[in-house]
Design a protein around this ligand. Structure first.
Ligand SMILES: Cc1cc2nc3c(=O)[nH]c(=O)nc-3n(C[C@H](O)[C@H](O)[C@H](O)COP(=O)(O)OP(=O)(O)OC[C@H]3O[C@@H](n4cnc5c(N)ncnc54)[C@H](O)[C@@H]3O)c2cc1C
Length: 726
């Protein structure tokens, strides 16, 4: 190792993307190991070690994914190298939506800032830039190397020795990696890609010699890895103060290239990111967000709150895990996970996992410690380790519970989605999905799987889609309907363009309560539950409902979700749209039946569809809620004040659905459930049936481990429900 004081600082850049953490971080672990001269013989790679004296952690807001126009300098100055043309706004391909909406922009800013503070606590720092990744690095190298650079001062000079970064499974990120590699290697610098270790099972422990062997069915994949509790590798320790090489003299670090400038506080960073993202004016129904003043319920005093009020960052993510364990929410997860209202019905860890602020195996080991009766160690010293409180937590020291096992089960879904993305490459984004008969074999991006990928075992059934533009329609080979399906709509003369249908879908004005509640919640908070996501995805894509090109839904989710993760989002959309890895053909969610089962008091729908809050549902139980679940069914006095409301008068779809009385002792009825005739995806499995060996889907089956109707299911007792499809 060269001495830090030799005048020339040999700089290694650690370029961070979706690995925004210091704990359980393979790159930092390796850097610290080399810097400290530790050699346990466990080096991550056999590549030559560059001679570095300083570490420069770098995060770049990627201009193709995030609109960076808010960073434009108001008097864009021109440097000698010439000012660059500003980047075009980052928009999605099919629907032209902003690729990163306000919720994730804010969450990302918080995560980046938290990381910066963590590096500062370690005696280092994080440099923030904006642009295309390879261009930012290219510019930095050029600045480093110019002899006449204003950066070469009596303080010394920086010399870049290499760039290390974590690999990613998606094609766009792979392209970035290839471009960065080319830039580095042209300049004679080292480029090193580390495995992405934020997942549950390490790549090296998968029982496949190539991605071609990855099963097309999740259950088969899961079974090949059971028992899940024994699968994750140990976490890598967080670096300690002094264990990382020093941060280079900041005056020597090349500035952000023109015409952009980088804000210097979290507040301004967030403000600049949000500046171009004016979702509110596009969706001016936002005043429909639940507020206590509007919340009227004769059934419950529970107030509806934002289900995802969480801020970004590793520190907050670690707190969240500790909170879930300490309150028993993780232990009870199997009972609550299909909830729709509240903060703790599910873990809400997805945002932290997506951005790499937490790793799935870190979550596993926290649960493991808890299960073994040990207070999980947190790197956050502020956490209050009140021993008595921990000991009183449900499940503490009780071994693996149904709840913690359920969380492991879900975390593995995330692994599976990512491996599918790796296996099928760009097919993740194709209309006919993984199953696409028309898709050409793709070369997977992974270095370990460069072989040509064959089609999955099942080909895509022929589907009809409504497209947004004539051009998209012309480019597609599938048959296209021109109006909404008359049978479902029940109003054949009512023909809207796809654009109008899509607008009503994303603004939560379809006329189907569960869908509208979820789409409004998504736009307002950046989160909606898995149950609601499945229903919305099915409703948009199914030919018996809207039959719209599912990629538009996936893109809208990409825009809005705080927890957007390319593989999980597009993989789940494919799954529900019937072009992905769902082994069952033609499954359709009936959002009215689902509302009856999972929102049996109408709390969720009435929280988010403010127009329905005043509707009196009487004592009619589920029957009385039919007008909440489909506004057009409101009659007489119930309809007062809603005359002329477009989605009440002319819903996009009318779903025939009746509530049938059943003798109490007769039909099959699950705990708290409203179900007489069970729909396929929600069949009762009883408390104990956590579902090992049961088939369920990423976008689909979530009924395991809880009665049909779920912990928040209808309390309608002796009533059964009948409806179309499921
Ligand atoms: C149409 C659709 C789109 C989706 N888009 C995304 C997305 O962009 N990002 C994302 O993280 N999840 C996505 N999911 C999966 C799932 O809905 C979310 O992970 C979950 O709702 C997040 O809430 P949670 O953290 O409380 O989940 P929990 O129920 O607490 O689950 C724990 C963790 O397991 C993982 N997980 C759970 N279910 C799935 C699943 N089906 N697929 C992959 N991972 C899963 C998540 O990391 C989650 O944080 C999508 C699902 C559907 C049906």
């Amino acid at each position: 190792m060269a001495s830090p004081n030799s005048g020339v600082s040999k700089v290694l850049i650690y370029l961070l993307r979706r690995d925004l953490r210091v704990t359980d971080n393979p790159v930092l672990d390796e850097v610290a190991r080399l810097y400290e001269g530790r050699d346990s013989g466990e080096h991550i790679s056999s590549q030559p070690v560059p001679d570095f004296t300083h570490l420069l952690p770098l995060y770049v807001f990627p201009a193709q994914q995030v609109d960076v126009s808010g960073f434009l300098h108001k008097d864009a100055r021109t440097r000698e190298t010439g000012s660059r043309k500003p980047y075009a706004p980052a928009r999605s391909q099919v629907g032209n939506f902003p690729r990163t909406g306000p919720h994730r922009a804010k969450f990302t800013a918080e995560s980046v800032w938290d990381l910066k503070q963590s590096f500062q606590k370690l005696g280092s720092d994080l440099v923030i830039r904006a642009g295309r990744l390879a261009e930012v690095l290219d510019d930095m190298i050029e600045q480093f190397e110019r002899d006449d650079s204003v950066l070469s001062t009596e303080d010394g000079r920086l010399e870049l020795v290499g760039v290390w970064m974590t690999s990613d499974a998606l094609p766009e990120e792979k392209e970035d990696e290839a471009q960065i590699k080319a830039v580095l290697e042209n300049g004679g610098k080292q480029f090193r890609l580390f495995g992405d270790e934020k997942y549950f099972v390490d790549d090296a422990d998968l029982p496949y010699s190539s991605m071609n062997e990855l099963p097309d069915v999740y259950t088969t994949f899961r079974k090949s890895l059971e028992p899940l509790r024994s699968k994750p590798r140990p976490v890598r320790a967080a670096p300690q103060k002094g264990s990382l090489p020093p941060f280079p003299t900041s005056t020597l670090i090349p500035p952000q290239f023109a015409p952009y400038e980088i804000p210097t506080t979290l507040e301004t960073l967030t403000e600049r990111l949000l500046r171009p993202l004016d979702l509110d004016s596009a969706l001016n129904f936002f005043n429909a967000a639940p507020s206590e003043a509007h919340w009227v319920s004769t059934y419950t005093a529970k107030q509806v709150t934002n289900a995802h009020p969480l801020s970004g960052g590793e520190t907050r993510g670690q707190h969240r895990v500790q909170h879930l364990l300490r309150t028993g929410a993780m232990t009870l997860y199997h009972e609550t996970r299909n909830g729709l209202v509240g903060e703790d019905f599910s873990t809400k860890l997805s945002g932290y996992l997506a951005i790499g602020a937490l790793t799935a195996r870190w979550v596993h080991w926290q649960m493991h410690a808890f299960e073994e009766g040990k207070i999980p160690a947190s790197s956050d010293k502020e956490a209050d380790d009140d021993e008595d409180e921990w000991k009183a937590a449900p499940g503490f020291g009780g071994g693996e519970s149904e709840g913690t096992a359920g969380v492991r089960f879900e975390l593995l879904w995330r692994d599976y989605m990512r491996l599918c993305a790796q296996k099928f490459g760009a097919r993740l984004f194709l209309l006919d999905g993984f199953r696409g008969a028309s898709a050409r074999p793709t070369t997977a991006g992974s270095e370990s799987t460069t072989s040509t990928i064959t089609s999955p075992t099942k080909s895509a059934p022929t589907k009809t889609w409504r497209f947004l533009t004539e051009q998209q329609e012309a480019e597609s080979t599938s048959p296209k309907p021109t109006t909404l399906p008359a049978s479902a709509n029940n109003a054949p003369s009512f023909a809207l363009s796809t654009q109008q249908v899509l607008h009503r879908f994303v603004t939560g004005t379809t006329g189907i309560g569960l869908i509208d509640a979820s789409m409004r919640e998504l736009a307002v908070t950046g989160y909606t539950s898995n149950r609601a996501r499945q229903n919305c995805a099915s409703f948009l894509s199914s030919p018996s409902h809207l039959g719209v090109d599912w990629r538009l839904g996936a893109e809208w989710y990409e825009c809005c979700l705080v927890d957007y993760d390319g593989a999980s989002n597009w993989g789940n959309w494919q799954y529900v749209a019937g072009v992905g890895n769902d082994p069952r053909e033609g499954r359709v969610f009936n959002p009215v039946k689902q509302a009856v089962e999972y929102d049996g008091r109408g709390e969720y729908v009435r929280a988010w569809v403010a127009e329905l809050r005043e509707v009196r549902v009487g004592e009619g139980g589920v029957e009385g809620l039919m007008g909440v679940f489909q506004g057009w069914r409101l009659e007489g006095e119930e309809r007062e004040g809603l005359e002329g409301v477009e989605w009440v008068e002319r819903p996009l779809v009318r779903i025939p659905f009746e509530v049938a009385r059943r003798p109490r002792e007769g039909g099959r009825r699950a705990r708290g459930g409203a179900v007489g005739r069970g729909g396929g995806e929600n069949r009762a499995r009883g408390r104990g049936g956590r579902g090992r060996g049961q088939s369920r889907g990423g976008g689909g089956e979530k009924g395991r481990g809880r009665g049909q109707g779920g912990s928040r299911g209808s309390r309608s007792g002796s009533r059964g429900v009948r409806g179309q499809a499921e």
